[in-house]
Write a protein that binds this ligand. Structure first.
Ligand code: PLP
Length: 231
């Protein structure tokens, strides 16, 4: 298992580097978030040993469990899935970044949890770029007003935007959706409150992370490609 994982991590890192080079970017601008939702703690530990130190989970309870079982390892946990307000406090305690903030009520809860823990929680605003009804996230035209509305939320810092490409999107649609996220970042970057700094773009999964990097991604969330060939 360890050898296969090391090979998969190396392959993905190389694909990241090549996509960055193609688009005139430095590979160090792109962080691989290894999505471990498919695997158990042992395999997650092996992924860390293979060099992947930023991990993403989409279910809060699993993130809490794994992060507490793996305490002491040099790992940063990212919450990438839908988060309910009653799970905010424990999630804020165990994560470095919450990608999937999709309502003002959730942002307010995160702010309050941040104040209680005396920390400024880094978060991304999830944007529904495909317009698919089943997708979470703010609509693109809400982002400007959301950024204004978070100004009093001193317990958090909005460090960027996040999206998922539409399920039914072909490569051209995907490219357009990722371009839209980058343009939203550019058009909202000026005159932001001091707890907003849109440096991160979280976009791209196994099937489309290279397109995402070409479009400007700084965080790619890759799961299945890392676990290929394991049994
Ligand atoms: C599962 C998941 C991923 C990773 O998907 P793969 O296709 O396995 O790479 C990325 N982002 C989110 C939000 C996910 O839930």
């Amino acid at each position: 298992m360890d050898e296969q994982l090391a090979e998969n991590v190396a392959t993905v890192q190389q694909q990241i580097a090549e996509a960055a080079r193609r688009s005139g970017r430095d590979a160090s601008e792109v962080c691989l978030v290894g999505v471990t939702k498919y695997v158990d703690v042992a395999t997650t530990r092996a992924l860390v040993a293979a060099g992947c130190r930023t991990l993403g989970e989409n279910r809060p309870q699993v993130l809490w469990e794994k992060s507490s079982e793996m305490q002491g390892l040099d790992v940063r946990w990212h919450m990438i899935g839908h988060l309910q307000r009653n799970k905010v406090k424990r999630t804020v305690e165990s994560t470095a970044l919450i990608h999937s903030c999709d309502s003002l009520r959730l942002l307010k809860s995160i702010h309050q949890a941040g104040l209680q823990l005396d920390k400024q929680v880094d978060v991304l605003l999830e944007v529904n770029v495909s317009g698919e009804a089943a997708k979470h996230g703010f609509s693109p035209d809400e982002i400007e007003s959301v950024i204004e509305a978070v100004e009093p939320f001193s317990g958090l810092c909005v460090t960027g935007l996040m999206c998922m490409a539409g399920l039914g999107s072909d490569e051209q649609d995907v490219r357009r959706e990722f371009d839209l996220l980058r343009q939203l970042r550019e058009s909202n970057r000026a005159n932001v409150p001091k707890n907003v700094d849109l440096r991160e773009l979280s976009m791209g999964m196994s099937r489309d992370f290279e397109v995402a990097i070409e479009a400007g991604a700084t965080l790619v969330r890759v799961g299945s490609s890392l676990f290929r060939g394991l049994r």
